[in-house]
Design a protein around this ligand. Structure first.
Ligand SMILES: [Mg+2]
Length: 147
């Protein structure tokens, strides 16, 4: 598994992409994104339709990230891995989920029949203990269920 900026996306063409924010594009609750990340999003945007999809319902901040990247944001209060998110958009393209968490992004992809790309998580020194705990649990399940 590689960080998003170093992920091979050469096969990602013609997808409707549900792109996670926290841990994937920036650290938890952040808005700062490296040049590598921004370049990668540009690369993905060339051949795919991208919607940011976040379980953090700080919509203002999520829109801010979307604006920086020049992509759309799927504003909903449904949370991954809920299939209800499927009802918030329409597309005929095959779906691709990109994210860092097995229990949200991974399960979500499985439930909606999407392709999945898991990326190595971006972390910060300022993480709250609850974030650390959730990440710990997630890593545990990811190790159990992913090859
Ligand atoms: Mg995430």
């Amino acid at each position: 598994m590689k960080p998003f900026a170093k992920t091979d996306l050469s096969k990602a063409k013609g997808f409707f992409v549900l792109l996670d924010i926290d841990g994937t594009l920036t650290y938890d609750s952040g808005v700062k994104m490296s040049e590598g990340i921004q370049k990668k999003v540009k690369e993905l945007k060339k051949n795919n339709e991208i919607f940011l999809c976040s379980n953090r319902n700080n919509h203002q901040r999520n829109w801010q990230v979307a604006k920086i990247l020049g992509v759309k944001y799927l504003e909903t209060n449904h949370r991954k891995p809920s299939q209800k998110i499927l009802k918030t958009f329409k597309t005929k393209k095959p779906l691709l989920v990109i994210g860092d968490k097995f229990l949200t992004d991974g399960m979500f992809a499985k439930r909606i029949g999407a392709k999945l790309i898991m990326v190595e998580r971006i972390r910060s020194q300022k993480e709250t203990w609850i974030s650390k705990l959730i990440y710990g649990i997630d890593d545990f399940y990811a190790k159990l269920f992913m090859k």
